[in-house]
Design a binder for this molecule. Sequence first.
Ligand code: B3K
Ligand code: ZN
Length: 899
Amino acid sequence: MQTLSDTATPNVIRREDYAPPAFLIDTVDLEFDLVPERTIVKSTLAVRRNPAAKHAAHLELMGEQLEFIGASIDGKPYEHVRTHEHGLTVENVPESFTLTLTGACDPAANTTLSGLYVSGGNFFTQCEAEGFRRITWFLDRPDVMATYTVTLRADKTAYPVLLSNGNLIAEGDLPDGRHYAKWEDPFRKPSYLFALVAGKLVALEERIQSGSGKEKLLQVWVEPHDLDKTQHAMDSLINSIRWDESRFGLELDLDRFMIVAVSDFNMGAMENKGLNIFNTKYVLANPETATDVDFANIEAVVGHEYFHNWTGNRVTCRDWFQLSLKEGLTVFRDQEFSAAMSGGDENEAARATKRIEDVRVLRQMQFAEDAGPMAHPVRPESYVEINNFYTMTVYEKGSEVVRMYQTLFGRDGFRKGMDLYFQRHDGQAVTCDDFRRAMADANGRDLAQFERWYSQAGTPRVTVATRYDEAAKRYTVTLTQGYANGSPAARETQKGPLHIPFAIGLIGANGQDLPLKLDGESAASGTTRVLEFTEAQQTFTFVDVNEKPLPSLLRNFSAPVIVEYDYAADELAFLLAHDSDPFNRWEAGQRLATRELLTLATRASQGQPLEVSQALVEAFRRVLTDASLSPSFRELALMLPSETYLAEQMAESDPAAVHAARQFVRKQLANALKAEWLAAYAQNVTPGAYEPTPEAAGHRGLKNLALSYLAELDDPADALRLASAQYDAANNMTDRAAALSALLNASAASGGDAAKRALEDFYARFENEPLVIDKWFSLQATQRGTAQRPVIDAVRALMRHPAFNLKNPNRARSLIFSFCAANPAQFHAADGSGYAFWAEQVIALDAINPQVAARLARNLELWRRFTPKLRDAMRAALEQVAKQAKSRDVREIVEKALA
Ligand code: B3K
Ligand code: ZN
């Protein structure tokens, strides 16, 4: 049985040990008497032996933190039940039987936010991955699928709304001011998709007709004072339903679909069947409280959870090693959805901004994960605590792996594979291999080698060499694949070359794409070619190439790899100006800037004087003033790579040097292009009422980027004036928060106090909007520090602010995580003060909420890659946490980091 405990040597769960469950459960009938301090749960299960498994005399059910009250089999009290640390054993059971178990739990005391808990006086559940066992004893594993009937009973005044999965089939009053509701979910599901909500909530409702003409009730449930912030989530839900119908032919299968917002939540949201539960951060938005980024995130997360209804719920995972089966696929679907919302399904330039944003995240976060002690394949081989494996690799790299099928087979071929996947597996719990097989069979292709994308960890590196034979008009491209220097954990899994779709274009001297004809082809076709790169080294020869081209490599980031090619600086500038592939245009600018920033960081670390090349300034000037480029593209192209990403590119990460170099370049770009920034600022104001459209958001983004550069000017007077005026006049949170951030940075540089008034005003204005107060904390945690005013002082002071609350994950993230993860120069202070703070907070959180603590614990995992002095201080902090942490969650992280 797969049980774990908080022991000194935690159990390791291995993929190779998978065995089908000895018993199956066909139906589940749950009755809840909801009381915060003692909720009684009666569970009636139809159990039978699994014909496909080894015979077992006893039924082993998982359970945690439960009080046992009683058991019966087929209606008769049953004595042969043993409770223990991991759950409960029902001894000597018959072939098939009805088992009734009664138990109690304490939702009010549940600060882990896993299982049944109370938030803001209301009841909520979170069961993925293994929270259901904290509600009642069960075969809490995803390959046990059952239909559920749920009865909720509670005090009617305190809990007027009672929700669970599926359809409401009965409701009514009970004696003593109580009432009940009975829900039935017609679809079989694993226990991790169970949910209930009870409390004082109100809903925005809409009725729509689905593709086949059936009426559907859509609801967004929130606390009464938040009803004015629900329309965008509702619109996003309707757009998601429409998009899944048109792109994949997938229809909403329930009569009713509910989204509920809760302010205490460990992650973004949860796809419980028909009853999605969301962090308020991904539901609530109106122009005054939410930024353009918030609006876009809400659309993406609402889409993501809705898309799980098919990819995750109708077809689920056999075991948790297959997590990427649903997560990688569903991230891919939400990325495609967001791209479609921002540019239609066809507008490649508009879609590219979404692609760029996604790749930025992948490179900064997933590539880093691959380089450290938590490196694992998209389908991991082992884990100690499954909640630690909801990672960038499983989600974001997993999405890239799914995207590669579409790159190989085209949108139509991908659709055929999806259709076959549902045809074969609807209602089943399956594996990543099943998905790959469906893609292979639907497209008549052998994808055996492609399996390595699921089993090998680490970031692949493709080295490119090119040669132009002028006499023969032949251009050869030689690709060599291997892995970037990764962790030992990653290297262990690397067995052979990957099947890499490598998209390439060739650009002529006039900036136009050349027609492409590979050796052996009868005619040229297209200007971008997806090369199937499957060997350790492979040469591709283009013929009839009339001039020496410039290669545009890995267009649209066709595979999650690092490309090494020795571009000259002027070639990168040329690509930035001309590449027809918008992703690679952006990429060229990033390469140019990264190269220069890394040189400057090295100089800074050696105390040498810094200087910015004229070439970089001119390249930026051209992008900034090129009106043919969309504002959102210009914003992305003019954003320098992050300090975190840059530090990871150094032989030894030196956050202080990176910060000095990056700030220096920002300042030089600000001063040299002052007139252009001011013009961009003026040209991109969006007068009139706020609209969260991609176009308007693009203008605001570029305008606010200009403002942030202007805040770097040697003389910040202009920026302070603009920012103050913008702050006061703003009719939306995007502009107000950007102005506040510019004020904070400009006053840090000038030593002035301009930000103080705005910070006070901001707090007073939004005191009753927790999500905005999160921004207030986060802006201060990520502000620039100086030797006189280190940010750690401000952070420690804010920890004592009455509005700070360590138990609320959003609040903890807004202050602690923002400082530790998003302010690298201050967090990695040479005196080790950041690390000491980190250790204190991981330990404090560990006692409250292990999942959140473990996330924070990951912040030091790359410690071995830093300069010696920082490395030593980080190790000391890790050792302190290793000594004191109690949860399996945190222990797995710090023990792997120190191993
Ligand atoms: N499936 C959930 C994540 C559950 C995390 C459990 N620690 C949200 C999502 O990916 O849609
Ligand atoms: Zn998901």
